[in-house]
Design a protein around this ligand. Structure first.
Ligand SMILES: Cc1cc2nc3c(=O)[nH]c(=O)nc-3n(C[C@H](O)[C@H](O)[C@H](O)COP(=O)(O)OP(=O)(O)OC[C@H]3O[C@@H](n4cnc5c(N)ncnc54)[C@H](O)[C@@H]3O)c2cc1C
Length: 396
């Protein structure tokens, strides 16, 4: 038996034994928050995978991974998909800041932060955006001032996802205000469980509060918790954004099972559109060709995702993440529009007994997914990056 075949057989046997039946299919995926209680299946699955080093399979063993090479990593992903296993762990720890620490952190920082992250000890938030700094992130004004062996942080972040459940936040802060704006920024890790960090949920029109404002009022962080060079945070912070975009693009290869499996279009539309009596052929020519076109582009996208993962050999992608994020999020939004159109009048409802629950759910998903082309850098910003960094076009 070849080495790859042997690895596959061992992996399959191990998963059979250690992936609880309830951890297959939809369910709760932990992201490390100590403030959210997990159902037993999700907790056991996380523990089993963490013990094996497979929450972050490509990370070095000393930091909680299993040091899998790219071939082994792809086999593991295939075997997880085969049994429809949920990701054991997700979130900004293992997806964003973990790989950034692996790339830029000192040995001491890696040893201090990564093993806990791999076990899902602590939920991480992202403190980048501010009321006056979104796409133009380098205009941020949160300040971190050194006093002895710590930094004192003051400022206000906004759109901090899930901050009400966060334990730690990685934030970009200004550590030198006397130099050009890109040159005085540092990436700093901050414990959220301290009086100097306050979160205020932002209530959306839907009634949900997935975001918060995060206020730093004399919050403290250790000097040794700056990742990368002091005042060199712009480069480090931009790299982290590539990890974030890779996650949005479904090519997250920084450890966990990154690909989100979409429900097949045929399943979504079954029963919604009039079909010929003797087959499932959609009668309306326009609807049929629009759907087919979507399906083909979606398939092409999936193949390109896979190629990106294989080409990067289970290491972090660069500007590919911008291209795939842009295309993937737009495809998803188009798909939502098609679904909404197919729902007809049921797709116009927001609440009410007369409208089927599934239709109401979709309308909310359609609205929520409008944020896909904003979060992690807007579509226009991805186009700017592609124009400048991939096509080499001059700055306008
Ligand atoms: C679901 C979601 C989750 C988020 N979670 C977090 C989080 O956890 N932490 C965090 O820090 N932030 C988070 N954000 C914030 C997100 O990063 C910002 O919304 C995003 O970077 C855009 O910034 P902005 O909202 O200030 O819009 P702006 O930057 O004000 O942009 C407004 C519009 O102008 C366009 N525009 C701006 N500059 C240019 C340009 N140079 N060229 C062309 N067009 C331009 C934009 O594309 C956009 O259409 C989240 C956002 C969403 C939607």
């Amino acid at each position: 038996m070849s080495e790859a075949a042997e690895f596959r057989a061992d992996t399959r046997a191990w998963l059979q034994e250690n992936c609880p039946p309830d951890a297959r299919g939809n369910g709760v995926i932990p992201w490390g928050s100590s403030k959210i209680e997990l159902p037993t299946d999700s907790r056991v699955w996380l523990e089993n995978m963490a013990n094996k080093g497979w929450t972050v399979p490509t990370w070095p063993k000393e930091y909680g991974g299993a040091a899998l090479d790219s071939a082994q990593y792809l086999i593991l992903m295939e075997e997880l998909r085969r049994i429809n296993a949920r990701a054991p762990l997700t979130g900004r720890g293992v997806y964003y800041i973990g790989p950034t620490i692996l790339e830029f952190g000192t040995d001491e920082q890696k040893a201090r932060w990564l093993p806990g992250m791999a076990r899902g000890d602590g939920g991480w938030c992202m403190g980048y955006s501010e009321p006056g700094a979104g796409s133009d992130l380098a205009s941020l004004s949160t300040k971190a001032v050194r006093e002895g062996d710590q930094y004192i942080i003051n400022g206000r972040k906004t759109w901090t996802s899930e901050a009400m459940y966060g334990d730690y936040i990685f934030a970009l802060a200004r550590t030198d205000s006397t130099v050009a704006k890109h040159d005085g920024i540092s990436l700093i890790l901050i414990d959220m469980n301290q009086p100097g960090v306050q979160v205020r949920p932002i209530r959306l029109i839907s009634g949900d509060s997935p975001f918060c404002e995060t206020l730093f009022e004399d919050a403290t962080a250790r000097v040794s918790d700056i990742i990368g060079p002091v005042n060199g945070g712009w480069t480090v912070g931009k790299r982290l954004l590539q990890y974030e975009r890779s996650m949005h693009a479904g090519i997250n290869i920084s450890g966990t099972q990154g690909r989100v499996v979409d429900t097949p279009l045929s399943e979504i539309f079954s029963g919604l559109l009039p079909t010929a009596d003797d087959s499932s052929r959609i009668l309306d020519n326009d609807q049929r060709s629009t759907l087919l076109n979507q399906q083909m582009r979606h398939r092409a996208y999936e193949i390109t995702q896979r190629r990106a993962i294989e080409e990067t050999q289970a290491r972090a992608p660069g500007f590919t993440s911008s291209v795939l994020k842009l295309i993937g999020t737009r495809l998803k939004q188009e798909r939502d529009e098609l679904h909404l159109a197919a729902l007809g009048f049921d797709g116009l409802g927001w609440e009410g007994e007369d409208i089927p629950k599934e239709a109401l759910k979709h309308t909310r998903t359609w609205l929520q997914n409008k944020s896909l082309t904003i979060a992690g850098g807007t579509a226009e910003i991805q186009l700017n990056i592609i124009a400048k960094r991939v096509l080499g076009l001059p700055d306008a």
